[in-house]
Write a protein that binds this ligand. Structure first.
Ligand SMILES: Cc1ncc(C[n+]2csc(CCOP(=O)(O)OP(=O)(O)O)c2C)c(N)n1
Ligand code: SF4
Length: 274
């Protein structure tokens, strides 16, 4: 059994106090990696560029702080070169879903055994608050949202979970950075899954998100439990949808629920293995 001290470097995180990055770091180093017992020298963490992408410096495994938008390519290359490695890719919503979005469907169809963790803080944080594809949609003229230039986002949200379901990703989950024990379980399941796995981690950016954003997400978070009723508009007491991660129709329904209305937390879909 390995332990936390095997996975933390002595580099102190430079994240703002309260940043959601700390939750993910704890989930990985205090629980998921020690629980799985994967030796540090058999683990590679690849990130892109962003606040969240600083994480390889804080985890004492192999690590690579690569290029903005390209982390998933480096991960696949590393896995092909050394199939013995456990490869985890970590990056922001800008990284995975803006500049890097074109790589994802191809990673999905190759279905290599890599785990992708998208730190979805709804904003480009490192570059100081520009909007990303996941920034909640506001009507033009509704007022300033995030950017220093006071420009509200006018484009509708692109939803990464729906995108993963529709491209056929073999493992899809949604976690929340403030619930570390639950996030730990999702990460463990994703790493154990033999194939491409994707976790969308809803994460607070205390500096550039408006405070109501993460407060709303926490209040509305709805946990998925296998075999138990799921809160969907067409699920009733008489005819409930019961959660079944193998049901792609249900996965699409869950993914299409706007995250600001009902963030479904848990394993959304588990399909074919590599
Ligand atoms: C090719 C390239 N384009 C743009 C940038 C500038 N840049 C660095 S980080 C970043 C966005 C960061 O946002 P996100 O990926 O969501 O991560 P976060 O900082 O929010 O964790 C951008 C645009 C870059 N480093 N490289
Ligand atoms: S700016 Fe946001 S994402 Fe970056 S360290 Fe601070 S809280 Fe975290």
């Amino acid at each position: 059994m390995t332990k936390e001290s095997d996975y933390r470097t002595d580099v102190a995180p430079v994240w703002c106090p309260g940043c959601g990055g700390f939750g993910l770091l704890s989930a990985l180093t205090k629980a998921a990696l020690p629980n799985l017992g994967i030796p540090a020298h058999r683990t590679l963490i690849v990130s892109g560029i962003g606040c969240s992408s600083r994480i390889p410096a804080y985890i004492d495994t192999y690590g690579f702080n690569s290029l903005h938008g390209r982390a998933v390519l480096f991960s696949q290359g590393a896995k092909l070169a050394n199939p013995e490695l456990t490869v985890v890719t970590i990056g922001g919503d800008g990284d995975f879903f803006s500049i890097g979005a074109g790589h994802l469907p191809h990673a999905v169809r190759r279905n290599l055994n890599v785990t992708c963790i998208m730190v979805n803080n709804f904003v480009y944080a490192l570059t100081k608050g520009q909007t990303s594809p996941t920034t909640p949609y506001l009507q033009r003229g509704e007022g300033p949202f995030l950017s220093l230039q006071n420009l509200p986002p006018v484009d509708p949200v692109l939803d990464m979970v729906s995108y993963s379901v529709s491209t056929g990703a073999s493992f899809i989950a949604q976690g929340i950075a403030t619930d570390v024990p639950h996030l730990t379980r999702l990460i463990e399941e994703a790493i154990k899954h033999k194939g491409f796995s994707f976790i969308n981690v809803l994460t607070p950016c205390v500096t550039f998100d408006p405070p109501w954003l993460f407060k709303t997400i926490k209040e509305k978070a709805s946990y998925l439990k296998e075999g138990e009723p799921v809160g969907l508009p067409d699920s009733s007491k008489e005819q409930p949808w019961l959660h079944d991660p193998g049901n792609i129709t249900l996965a699409l329904k869950l993914a299409q629920t706007p995250v600001m209305e009902k963030p479904h937390i848990g394993i959304i879909f588990r399909g074919r293995t590599a």
